[in-house]
Design a protein around this ligand. Structure first.
Ligand SMILES: *[C@@H]1O[C@H](CO)[C@@H](O)[C@H](O)[C@H]1NC(C)=O
Ligand SMILES: *[C@@H]1O[C@H](CO)[C@@H](O)[C@H](O)[C@H]1NC(C)=O
Ligand SMILES: *[C@@H]1O[C@H](CO)[C@@H](O)[C@H](O)[C@H]1NC(C)=O
Length: 375
């Protein structure tokens, strides 16, 4: 029996055991919603200008042998690393890859989509993307399939101990600061306060909708200091070490409002539901400030694609020679993989913080404690 068949047999056996005894499925299940920080291949299936299905994306992703998968980084994403640390059988599969029920039982389903946002119109310039509302529609469809296969009660049992993570909002902020494009995105004229409140209100209603569908363990990830992204620093001509302060201030205001909304959800829906607020802003700020302590040598430039527009990170293997954008020598020494996304080395550090951190990073529980709770 070859390796691949053996793996399929094991997966099948596990699914069958789970169908018989849901209580025996102690493994980690993640229903992941979000943008390119979590997308593991959904945009591969869309007509989108936002894709990561070409080299050298995935160059350090060992399960694919370094081939691109659609992840917007060189290796594992933060949610991949968390899943592995918590003993997931497999990584959550992209929702558009099919087989929702068996995937849900194995490692979970990843609904994330590059360029998407909390607000519907965010990312419109990239054409194809799955906004958060639609990601939740997709979850509802998967849930219906699960109910068909294993019944309502077993589906509820599976869902109540699964982790529902939402990692989204980056593109709403980035879109707000882009120059206004006629007919696309009208909200970049509202005030900071209105933008923050609109985003938080949408998040709140989506969290409630997931709760109605049976989600009980939530991880709500805040927005990091996007004003320090190489892309943002380059288009605003900021020198090394300087970040876009207005953008970061807007984000801190949003994060504070999001934290309050999460607290209120814990009070209102607290009975048997837990909403964890994950503070990635402070984790990433700390890495930026003391980067040498974390093993980085460069937190200004992307490893791949350079820091001048259009920031393309690509490699084309030809018959005679290969054509590629800049690629740094040591990927582990760069915080940023491309102009928009952290590299795997940074993802490992961020994942460790949210998995094991204290209440300044994750409250009321860290992700390891949340996983270990039996609901
Ligand atoms: C879905 O599952 C079936 C049966 O296990 C398998 O043959 C098929 O390849 C799977 N499809 C995808 C897209 O994973
Ligand atoms: C589902 O759970 C409810 C409430 O616990 C119970 O009354 C019902 O019999 C269960 N249905 C099945 C098919 O097990
Ligand atoms: C929590 O659940 C218990 C038992 O089901 C119930 O008595 C109590 O009123 C609930 N509290 C809230 C705030 O809903």
């Amino acid at each position: 029996m070859n390796m691949k068949m053996e793996m399929n047999m094991n997966s099948l056996l596990f699914v069958v055991l789970c169908l018989i005894h849901v209580s025996r499925c102690v493994s980690y299940t993640n229903f992941a919603f979000g943008d390119s920080v979590v997308d593991a291949g959904n945009n591969n299936h869309l007509a989108s200008l936002s894709k990561a299905d070409y080299s050298p994306y995935g160059i350090d992703f060992t399960p694919s042998g370094g081939k691109p998968t659609g992840r917007y980084t060189n290796g594992f994403t933060i949610i991949d690393i968390i899943a592995q640390a918590l003993g997931a059988k497999t990584l959550a599969s992209p929702s558009l890859a099919g087989n929702a029920t068996s995937n849900a039982l194995l490692g979970g389903i990843n609904f994330g989509s590059g360029a998407s946002g909390i607000l519907e119109e965010t990312g419109a310039v990239y054409l194809g993307r799955i906004p958060l509302r639609k990601q939740i529609d997709h979850f509802e469809q998967s849930r219906a399939e699960m109910v068909q296969t294993m019944g309502e009660n077993r589906t509820q049992d599976l869902l109540k101990n699964a982790i529902f993570s939402l990692t989204i909002g980056n593109n709403d902020i980035i879109t707000y600061f882009l120059p206004k494009i006629p007919f696309i995105g009208s909200y970049n004229e509202v005030s900071h306060a209105v933008l923050q409140e609109t985003m938080v209100a949408h998040m709140g209603s989506y969290l409630k909708r997931l709760h109605e569908l049976g989600a009980r363990k939530f991880v709500v990830v805040d927005i990091g200091p996007l004003g320090c992204l190489p892309f943002v620093r380059a288009i605003h001509l900021l020198p090394d070490g300087k970040c876009h302060e207005e953008m970061n201030m807007l984000i801190r205001g949003y994060n504070e409002k999001l934290r309050q909304a999460v607290n209120i959800l814990n009070q209102d829906l607290g009975n048997g539901s837990i909403f964890v607020y994950a503070n990635s802003y402070d984790v990433i700020s700390e890495i930026l400030q003391n980067y040498r302590d974390y093993g980085f040598e460069n937190v200004n430039d992307p490893c791949c694609g350079g820091n001048i527009p259009p920031f393309f990170c690509f490699r084309i293997e030809g018959e005679e020679r290969q054509i590629s954008s800049n690629l740094c020598d040591d990927r582990s020494k760069y915080l940023f993989w491309d102009a928009y996304h952290p590299g795997q080395a940074a993802n490992f550090i961020i994942a460790q913080h949210v998995l094991n951190g204290d209440e300044n990073i994750c409250s009321p529980f860290n992700i390891r404690q949340l996983h270990n709770l039996k609901l």
